[in-house]
Structures are given as structure tokens and as C-alpha cells.
Design a protein around this ligand. Structure first.
Ligand SMILES: Nc1nc2c(ncn2[C@@H]2O[C@H](COP(=O)(O)OP(=O)(O)OP(=O)(O)O)[C@@H](O)[C@H]2O)c(=O)[nH]1
Ligand SMILES: [Mg+2]
Length: 248
């Protein structure tokens, strides 16, 4: 399936790189988040050029709460005690002075037992399609309850995105609700999930205790504002060479 909706006003090119070494810069940028659109499937999403960062994971893992915490807005994304609260792909724009330079995507969770089989199957298709073909998808944040660890469905998701990770898609696992664990349990969960994630980046996060927020904010900023590549020498063009080095 392809994206068919034309570009919207949120398709501005990423702004010039500035360092967010000071987490306040990243947090200030995240605070600019605004609701853009909601869509039941990929074909209804606007085609965008700016980097998109998707929040995925099991139902109730804390995706919507994480977005609200990072953006410092209580009701930007719908969060709820009832699993299955988020039922569509919700996009939020980010950018200072009204210039969108990135988008956050809040995705419905998976694995909620009470969801009818057909709906589960439909959602697997939508999510697989989104993760495999969304052109501007730059990074995936997989949220996981450390008391469950990475479940079979999380592993399937990792398999789905692996080819894109190999091609440069950024990837981070957040162990949410870390406030529910003591220090020893948290350290153990971190160790186990790091192994499960094949050495990928794994961090503890708590919306309640505000743990890990600056670090995650910094990651998001860096993904959306990668250092600009040095310009290629003009001589290559003059010699008639085509193509260039693959982006890393
Ligand atoms: N203790 C604690 N509870 C949290 C934390 N983050 C989220 N929660 C709670 O977990 C529940 C689910 O949070 P949501 O953010 O709606 O989870 P979700 O992953 O978006 O769920 P779906 O939309 O169903 O996929 C809510 O009751 C939140 O208040 C956290 O860091 N600590
Ligand atoms: Mg949600």
C-alpha cells in the first residue's frame, strides 16, 4: 500500500542543525508539539518530508503518556487506564516559530487480549505497512513494560523493522513505568531487555518520576536534526560521475 494524500503544510524541510547539548533546547522544541491529524491507516496519512518518530508497543505500555510527558502537555495524546485507548495513528508536529521540522506518531498498541481477532489482524497489517513503507520514518521508539520484558509481539515488530534499522532507521527501547521497580529490579530488567534487543539502545523511563526524559528528548532532537553532511567536492559532478555515497 502506498501513501496517497498530497503533501500538507507540515512538510517543510528540517531546520538547520543546532546542537541540543543543553536539554532545555530539546525540551523547548518538544513543547511546540501540536496535533496534526489522525488516520485509521497509512493511506490516510499526509505525505511528509520531515523526519517522523513513531512510538510503538503493547497496549497500555505508556506510549501516549510518554508523548505527553516529553511534550509537557497533559492532553496532547489520549492516555487511559483502559488498554486500547489509541485506535488510530495520531501525528503531532514539532517545530519552532511555526516551522515544522519533525513529527511524532502515536500508534495504537498491540497485544490487548480483549480486541476481536479481526481488529487485531487489521491493525497488524496497518502497522506492518506503516513501519515498512512510511518514507519519512526516521526513528522508532519501542515502549515496553519492564515487568513483561520484550514479548513475542515486540519481537515480531523488531523483525519487521530490522531491515530498515540496517539501512539507518534509528531505534530505541524504553522501559516505561520504571517507578514500579526498585533499583535492583530496574537494573536486571535493563540487562535482560538489552540482551533481547540485540545490543540496541535501551533506557529506563518513568512519566511519573520523570526519569529518562532529558535523555530521550535529546535523542529525539538528534534524530530530527542530524549533522549536515559535508558538501561533496564539485569536481565529481564535473567528471560526470553519477550518484554519491550512500547516506549512513
Ligand atoms: N506508574 C506509571 N504509570 C504510567 C506511566 N506511564 C503511563 N502510565 C499509565 O499506564 C496507563 C496506560 O498509559 P497510555 O499512555 O494510555 O498507554 P498506551 O501505550 O498509549 O496504550 P494504548 O493506547 O492502549 O496502546 C495509564 O493509566 C497511564 O497513567 C509511568 O511512567 N508510570
Ligand atoms: Mg495510547
Amino acid at each position: 500500500m502506498t501513501e496517497s494524500t498530497p503533501a500538507s503544510s507540515a512538510s517543510a524541510k528540517p531546520a538547520k542543525t543546532t546542537s541540543a547539548a543543553d536539554p532545555k533546547i530539546a525540551m523547548g522544541w518538544l513543547h511546540t508539539a501540536k496535533f496534526l491529524t489522525t488516520a485509521p491507516e497509512l493511506k490516510h496519512l499526509p505525505r511528509l518530508e520531515v523526519p517522523e518518530i513513531a512510538f510503538v508497543g503493547r497496549s497500555n505500555a505508556g506510549k501516549s503518556t510518554c508523548i505527553n510527558t516529553l511534550t509537557q502537555q497533559h492532553r496532547l495524546a489520549y492516555a487511559s487506564k483502559t488498554p486500547g485507548r489509541t485506535q488510530s495513528i495520531n501525528l503531532f508536529t514539532l517545530g519552532k516559530q511555526g516551522v515544522t521540522d519533525a513529527v511524532l506518531a502515536d500508534l495504537p498498541g498491540y497485544g490487548y487480549a480483549a480486541v476481536p481477532k479481526e481488529a487485531k489482524y487489521r491493525w497488524q497489517q496497518v502497522m506492518g505497512n506503516y513501519l515498512q513503507t512510511r518514507d519519512n520514518l526516521k526513528a522508532v521508539v519501542l515502549l515496553c513494560d519492564p515487568r513483561l520484558g520484550l514479548t513475542e509481539l515486540d519481537e515480531i515488530l523488531l523483525d519487521v523493522i530490522r531491515p530498515r534499522v540496517e539501512e539507518g532507521l534509528k531505534f530505541l527501547v524504553l522501559l516505561t513505568k520504571s517507578d514500579k521497580l526498585n533499583k535492583t529490579e530496574a537494573a536486571k530488567a535493563l540487562q535482560i531487555v538489552k540482551l533481547q534487543a540485540g545490543g540496541g539502545d535501551v533506557k529506563l523511563f518513568s512519566a511519573l518520576k520523570k526519569q529518562g526524559i532529558d535523555e530521550v528528548a535529546q535523542h529525539l532532537w538528534d534524530w530530527a536534526h542530524p549533522p549536515e553532511k559535508a558538501e561533496k567536492p564539485k569536481k565529481a559532478d564535473a567528471d560526470g560521475e553519477t550518484g554519491g555515497e550512500a547516506a549512513d
